[in-house]
Design a binder for this molecule. Structure first.
Ligand code: GDP
Ligand code: MG
Length: 597
């Protein structure tokens, strides 16, 4: 296709503002998919995404559009994930296109991810078309949203398009605005091939599928291509486009977005951001690459039933095939046996992987306390990257510890501001900025990532009744007074419950943990001390009294079947416990004990 008749764009929005629904309408309005095959959230491929209503991977679709100017256009749309953990995916999708539709729910207004997306779009030198969605709802207020977009974001809202992605109203205007206001791609058909590797994933039949954006040159089936970063050469066995199902094409030229397959076995062999060129006639140099996405949150995953370790390995191997941002290595815990130490982009990512293992592979898991990467500086001058609090060296050898910090942006209605400030303060935050936009406040905090990974987002939602939105960026490392707190149950340290804490907050956290565990651990025949300790010094203690709960006591002898049933029930309950020395600790204790109220 002639470059002037191509438009490439992404859709960005705060979660639930209607990105996927708008994508559906664009696909439908252009008859890309026959009506009978149309279903909601067409691009959200994975089941779990559908259920949770989130898009994780970016999805691509090629749309053909006959515009009012009588010309035929090819539009390539990339639908991006809306959650903060996947900001990285958004930024790389943006590098593959020239403009974005910025969807804002006109009943809600600008939210934290709206802002984050705009900053990324500006970084990528994008044209932005504001789209005000959900105008079919009575609460829709376009003037107010336009004012917010201009005040808070500082972009011109005069060209904003009011739409209802639900009813289809305004969809034509969106398509026409894309043609009129987004720049066509640039590129040279006669130059050597230069293509950007935008994304890749594993398909059981085709092997690795590589999403590419052609900058210069032409890619054809049968070509031998080189992936410039790792130097590997592959023979292309298939190229095509997404409509949104895969359709093979003869070639892909400048400005086009499509896929290639080349019998590649592992997603890990395809580095996102890499440049692909011809083996024989290479381009002068690679495109500026992306930084690879780095896991920031780590936790241990152990099977509840230790006989399922091999099944867990299998499940993790398979999931990692398709998710290069998820890292793992084997871990052994004195308390939990064999498992894996896994790294994630954020908490949602962690939850998604954990859910998939439990659901798709039917393995019950114990998840240990999520932790960030600490930099531990030793007295002998060496430095350790600490991924697991259990590996924290003895304090006498440690000079100092640094922890990762974030810049958090929170948008919240006035009435909840006090609660939000308190929450950030409680989590060792330092306020950096506080501004108002209408009846809403925008606060910026410098916070330790460690204080955010566990339940900050849940807490934020609950203190603001769901009205706050939140986004963060990692900023760097800073030294603080950080120590490892151990939990001892019946005098035995439970390594899976070890955590790094700030010294000033250790007593409080320790006490809370002991109290929680006292409620969560069932009574045994003997008395069980539950202690929190720092370097051998006990800082909090609870005692669980001895008492055997005799579940059959109330059956007064007689009814044998009832007794049987009760005993079976107790046995089933037992299966979800792990033994620590002589003590059974239920699975939920590991997560619940860490939650702060
Ligand atoms: P995303 O998270 O940005 O992809 O948002 P979705 O497209 O999944 O939409 C979130 C919710 O808003 C869904 O329940 C949609 O049905 C609903 N929704 C999206 N667009 C509209 C609209 O124009 N009008 C109304 N009434 N609901 C909408
Ligand atoms: Mg979506």
């Amino acid at each position: 296709t002639d470059l002037t008749h191509i438009r490439n764009f992404s859709i960005v929005a705060h979660i639930d503002h209607g990105k996927s629904t708008l994508a559906d309408r664009l696909i439908q309005a252009t008859n890309t998919v026959p009506d009978r095959d149309m279903k909601e959230q067409l691009l959200d491929a994975m089941d779990i995404e559908r259920e949770r209503g989130i898009t994780i991977k970016a999805n691509t679709v090629r749309i053909e559009y006959d515009a009012l100017d009588g010309q035929h256009y090819v539009l390539n749309l990339i639908d991006t994930p809306g959650h903060v953990d996947f900001a990285y995916e958004v930024s790389r999708s943006m590098r593959a296109v020239e403009g974005s539709l910025l969807v804002v729910d006109s009943t809600q207004g600008v939210e934290a991810q709206t802002l984050a997306n705009v900053y990324q779009a500006i970084d990528a030198d994008h044209e932005l078309i504001p789209v005000f969605n959900k105008i079919d709802l009575p609460a829709s207020d376009i003037d107010r949203v336009a004012e917010q977009v201009e005040d808070v974001i500082g972009i011109d809202a005069s060209g904003a398009i009011p739409v209802s992605a639900k009813t289809g109203e305004g969809i034509r205007d969106v398509l026409e605005s894309i043609i009129a206001n987004l720049p066509p791609p640039e590129g040279n058909r006669d130059a050597p091939l230069k293509a950007m590797l935008v994304d890749s994933w594993y398909d059981a039949y085709l092997g690795v599928i590589v999403l590419v954006r052609i900058k210069d040159g032409v890619l054809k089936k049968g070509d031998r291509v080189r992936f410039m970063q790792n130097g590997t050469v592959h023979q292309v066995d298939r190229i095509g486009v997404f409509k949104p199902s895969m359709q093979t094409v003869d070639d892909l030229g400048p400005g086009e977005i499509g896929f290639l397959t080349a019998s590649i076995k592992q997603v890990r062999d395809t580095r996102v951001g890499d440049t692909i060129t011809h083996e024989k006639k290479p381009c002068d140099g690679p495109l500026p690459g992306f930084k690879p996405s780095q896991p920031v949150v780590f936790c241990g995953l152990f099977p509840v039933d230790s006989a399922e370790f091999e099944d867990l390995r299998d499940a993790i191997d398979k999931l990692a095939l398709n998710d290069a941002s998820f890292s793992y290595e084997m871990e052994t815990s004195a308390a939990l046996g064999f498992g894996f130490r896994c790294g994630f982009l954020g908490l949602l990512h962690l939850e998604v992987i954990r859910d998939r293992i439990e659901r798709e592979y039917d393995i019950e898991l114990i998840t240990t306390a999520p932790s960030v990467i600490y930099h531990v500086f030793m007295k002998d001058g060496t430095k350790i990257d600490l991924h697991n609090p259990a590996d924290m060296p003895d304090l006498t050898h440690v000079d100092h510890v640094e922890e990762p910090r974030i810049k958090a942006t929170i948008l919240v209605p006035d009435e909840f501001l006090g609660d939000v400030l308190k929450l950030c303060q409680d989590r060792r935050g330092i306020q950096e900025d506080l501004t108002y936009a209408g009846s809403r406040a925008m606060v910026v905090y410098d916070l330790p990532l460690n204080e955010v990974v566990f339940d900050f987002y849940d807490r934020l939602k609950s203190v603001t009744k769901g009205y706050a939105s939140f986004d963060y960026q990692l900023t760097g490392y800073r030294q603080d007074n950080l120590v490892k707190m151990q939990i001892l149950v019946n005098e035995e340290p439970v390594d899976a419950l070890s955590m790094m804490v700030h010294r000033d907050r250790a007593e409080m956290r320790g006490r809370a943990m002991c109290e929680k565990l006292k409620d969560l651990i069932p009574r045994h025949m003997f008395k069980i001390p539950i202690q929190a300790a720092i370097g051998g010094k006990v800082i909090a203690r609870e005692t669980l009294a001895a008492l055997r709960k005799d579940v059959t006591a109330k059956c007064y002898g007689g009814d044998a079947t009832r007794k049987r049933k009760l005993l079976d029930k107790q046995k089933a309950g037992k299966k979800k416990m792990r033994q620590f020395g002589k003590v059974d600790i239920p699975q939920e204790a590991f997560i619940s004990a860490l939650k702060m109220d």
